[in-house]
Design a protein around this ligand. Structure first.
Ligand SMILES: [Zn+2]
Length: 116
């Protein structure tokens, strides 16, 4: 019961930290990285799995917080398969994401909206 409550608090804190980081990245890259790292730390300590929307904000290679339009470049694939390529501008790592199910989950990042 207590564990459940502390997880609830952790989740809330993570959400706040990520929201802050997303806001901060426009002006202060370093601060955004600090907060996003803290969020990840909390998740690890409480063994919470970060939701997909949050996980994709971290580069898979350098683990830094990347934000579309700022430290990541997003390109939409030309083929019929709806896919996007995300390039981390910090380490140059490119990874692909296929958009098929629940693409509206990405709408907060304004990625898929232009192709609707
Ligand atoms: Zn990277």
């Amino acid at each position: 019961m207590r564990k459940q409550a502390s997880r609830e608090i952790a989740r809330e804190r993570i959400e706040i930290l990520i929201a802050n980081a997303l806001h901060e990245i426009k002006e202060d890259d370093h601060l955004a990285n600090c907060h996003s790292r803290l969020a990840k730390k909390i998740a690890m300590r409480t063994r919470l799995r970060l939701p997909y929307e949050i996980r994709q904000l971290y580069c898979k290679r350098c683990k830094q917080f990347i934000s579309p339009g700022k430290s990541a470049r997003i390109r939409i694939g030309r083929s019929s398969i709806k896919a996007i390529r995300i390039t981390c501008l910090k380490c140059g790592h490119v990874y692909r994401k296929v958009l098929n199910i629940k693409k509206n989950r990405l709408s907060s990042l304004q990625v898929a909206s232009s192709r609707e």
